[in-house]
Ligand binder design. Structure first.
Ligand code: HEC
Length: 280
């Protein structure tokens, strides 16, 4: 047992040295050169919006919206996204918002789950147990629907209402959560996202308290993530950041996920929606 531990320690040490060497090489190779290369790759994909693979998921989402499904065998076409039953155009730009029928504030993905449950009779547990795709797996059905609906707000600006007391309370909660240190690493969202120029390995970290940067990055979600080859929704992005903080699993549609989304959208207020975007 001791021998194994010594071996493990030795290999960890060697791996650490190896990592230091690699990190040194990378620094020597001027991070700017790598950043520029990656940016050139992304801008080639962006130059032709139809080359974004997320468009295929948006198409799938549109078909799912119209298809009769679930125990009640109805489509989602009567789903009210906030602008009246069935109105999809521009709906995403005004979310999250308070829904009287549900008695709570919801973001797009939460509202889609709610409509799948209340209209189609689909059990939410089946949708929230493993809600997000692994690398190289296509985004799940609610995410595909969200991708399509978000794309129908392209070019509009974020304008989520903050007039209902519950909308105000949700926003306050989101802001508090963003800045509050929690979990075994004692991280807050702000530890990684509240100052310019931070990075983890090769990943630049978005400076989300800066409205200019928030406007630029938040409007691109849901987005096709090149490194994992699938569409990732904002709920999925937050789920992963929760995991990075070693917090309990972030439940799709939970109050916490909606509150953080409300805060991010508020930061990005006035920014243009460019979903589906392309990310690293
Ligand atoms: C330990 C550092 C860390 C913490 C803490 C953290 N994140 Fe992140 N965040 C990341 C990384 C890494 C990425 C992905 C960057 C990439 O893929 O290029 C990211 C990406 C994001 C993005 C997408 C930015 C973009 O470019 O579009 C958002 C939004 C976000 N995080 C929100 C949050 C929120 C909200 C919290 C708190 C619940 C949080 N993060 C906590 C590291 C962190």
């Amino acid at each position: 047992m001791k021998r194994y531990r010594r071996l493990a320690m030795r290999s960890a040490l060697l791996a650490g040295l190896g990592f230091a060497a690699v990190a040194g090489d990378l620094r020597a190779a001027e991070p700017d050169v790598i950043d520029r290369g990656l940016e050139a790759f992304r801008s080639m994909l962006k130059a032709d919006p139809w080359s974004n693979p997320a468009m295929l998921d948006a198409d799938r989402g549109q078909a799912l919206w119209k298809e009769r499904r679930g125990p009640r065998n109805v489509s989602l076409e009567r789903c009210d996204l906030g602008k009246g039953p069935g109105v999809v155009e521009g709906a995403f730009a005004e979310l999250p918002r308070y829904f009287r029928d549900a008695g709570r504030v919801m973001d797009l993905e939460t509202r889609i789950l709610w409509c799948m449950e209340t209209l189609q009779g689909i059990e939410p547990a089946g949708l929230t147990d493993k809600p997000h795709p692994a690398a190289n797996e296509p985004v799940k059905d609610p995410g595909a629907i969200a991708t399509w609906i978000a794309s129908r707000s392209q070019g509009r600006t974020f304008n989520a209402p903050v007039s209902h007391p519950r909308e105000k309370a949700t926003l306050r909660l989101g802001k508090t959560m963003f800045h509050r240190r929690m979990g075994p690493f004692d991280f807050s969202c702000a530890s990684c996202h509240a100052s310019p120029g931070k990075r983890i390995r090769r990943q630049g970290l978005a400076h989300l308290v800066n409205p200019d940067e928030a406007r630029q990055v938040v409007g691109e979600w849901p987005a096709y993530r090149v490194s994992t080859a699938h569409v990732m929704t904002l709920q999925h992005r937050l789920y992963d950041c929760f995991w990075q903080m070693r917090l309990p699993e972030l439940k799709l549609g939970s109050e916490a996920s909606v509150a953080l989304t409300a805060y991010l959208v508020k930061q990005a207020e006035g920014g243009t929606i460019a979903a589906p975007g392309l990310k690293r």
